[in-house]
Design a protein around this ligand. Structure first.
Ligand code: NCD
Ligand code: ZN
Length: 420
């Protein structure tokens, strides 16, 4: 492969003459990943738990080269002033690129947000930092308005009417009973079919039935590592409390099988760190969410090594489709794409140990799992991770979608998974 001075891939194949050459030996070169769902807690978070600076270093080490950062911050990204201040504060602090989500909670702010944000994120039920959600009767009008604005829209699809009121959950099994899979189905009833022009993407789908419905509707969606790999009994403390809840083991297995068959278009971490002390509160009051941007690709690369998952499926879901969903020239080793690349040695396995992760929150629900970290990560042809450690300068940029005119959504246009 040849990389030009602009940091773009010029040609693919063996290069014999070049000013600088690099041979990675037995390792493989993969496109770096795009994670469309992270919560970096900036502004308003505690940097001892997470910030834009720390979260993007975690992303870099985990092989993620672009993150979609969610708007449920303090203050929430609901108007242009907060968004612009956030973009300014990212300057000189971000290890990887960012796409900034805005929440469409103020009708008067939507037009300006649509010209400045990277995407919208709509919550159908209350969650961390989100108290007000649209009334059922308001939803069709809001979706139609958003379809005219052109930005991609991610929806947190749980319908609060299906939650069990007055039920006090004591562990993830109770949490799953309190926010059952029926809430996801009811939210999809409300969202499908979406207005034709809406670039709709459903966050953290938890059941194979939802995946099948979304596939036949041609709607983009994601599944998270925790819903694919953990179930309601994987751990009983509130580190395993997350929205939507971890499901039954049978449900998890069906979701995993759908993912393996290539029936889930995107993998996204829903990286949502909280402090250990917040997680030590009684289960019913502890916040929901777990970290994941640093460990997503390494855990899934180990699934590839073990033979449970095709490398092509992983690259399509973690690298290619998420990047195309937000119109970025990333996620493929192809001429014209940015040389944001990973060097992976499938023999370099490690066991996840929170003390050896970059994440300041200091814990992972995947402690002890086998993982394969990329030992190098290049951004525009420049090395930002070397021997597994972040060595870059914080030159990450805020990007916005760049769609070719008339371009459909990735789930409509692609029929076969992209290879490495
Ligand atoms: C998220 C958070 O903590 O920001 N928590 C979670 O359980 N996923 C909020 C959210 O996306 O629901
Ligand atoms: Zn989230």
């Amino acid at each position: 492969m040849a990389i030009g001075a602009s940091g773009r891939i010029v040609s693919v194949g063996k290069v014999r003459t070049a000013r600088r050459r690099r041979d990675v030996g037995d390792s493989v070169i993969l496109p770096a990943a795009t994670d469309l769902h992270v919560h970096l807690r900036d502004p308003g978070g505690d940097p001892a738990v997470e910030s834009l600076a720390s979260g993007t270093v975690e992303a870099a080490r985990g092989g993620v080269t672009l993150v979609g950062d969610m708007p449920n911050t303090n203050p929430a990204v609901a108007d242009v002033d907060v968004l612009e201040e956030k973009a300014r504060s990212a300057h000189g602090r971000a290890a990887v690129d960012l796409l900034l989500f805005a929440v469409p909670s103020r009708p008067g702010a939507l037009d300006r947000l649509a010209r400045t944000a990277g995407a919208f994120k709509l919550y159908l039920s209350p969650t961390t930092g989100i108290d007000r959600v649209p009334l059922r009767a308001e939803l069709p009008g809001l979706l139609s308005r958003l379809s005219q604005l052109g930005l991609p829209l991610t929806v947190h699809a749980e319908a609060a009417e299906e939650f069990r009121p007055g039920f006090i959950p004591r562990d993830p099994v109770g949490w799953n009973a309190a926010r059952p899979t029926a809430a996801e189905g009811a939210a999809l009833d409300r969202l499908l079919p979406p207005p034709a022009a809406l670039r709709l993407h459903i966050a953290h789908v938890t059941t194979a039935a939802s995946a099948a419905r979304l596939r036949s509707a041609g709607t983009s969606f994601e599944a998270t590592p925790h819903h694919l790999l953990l179930s309601e009994r994987s751990g009983l403390d509130s580190r395993f409390k997350v929205n939507p809840p971890l499901r039954s083991e049978a449900e998890r297995q069906s979701l995993w099988e759908a993912y393996r068959r290539g029936e889930i278009p995107c993998l996204a971490s829903d990286h949502a760190p909280h402090s250990l002390s917040a997680k030590e509160l009684p289960f019913e009051t502890a916040p929901s969410g777990m970290p994941g941007v640093e460990t997503m690709l390494p855990i899934f690369l180990d699934r590839v090594r073990s033979g449970e998952l095709d490398l092509g499926t992983l690259i399509a879901t973690a690298c290619d489709r998420p990047a195309r969903w937000v119109g970025q020239p990333l996620g493929r080793i192809a001429p014209g794409h940015r040389a944001n690349l990973l060097v992976v040695d499938f023999k370099r396995r490690t066991r996840l140990d929170p003390r050896r992760l970059a994440a300041p929150c200091g814990w992972t629900a995947f402690e002890g799992w086998e993982a394969i970290f990329p030992w190098e990560h290049y951004r525009d042809g420049e090395r930002i991770v070397e021997d597994g450690e972040y060595v870059g300068r914080p030159t990450g940029a805020v990007v916005r979608p760049e769609f070719a005119p008339g371009e459909g959504s990735p789930t409509e246009t692609d029929t076969e998974p992209a290879g490495p």
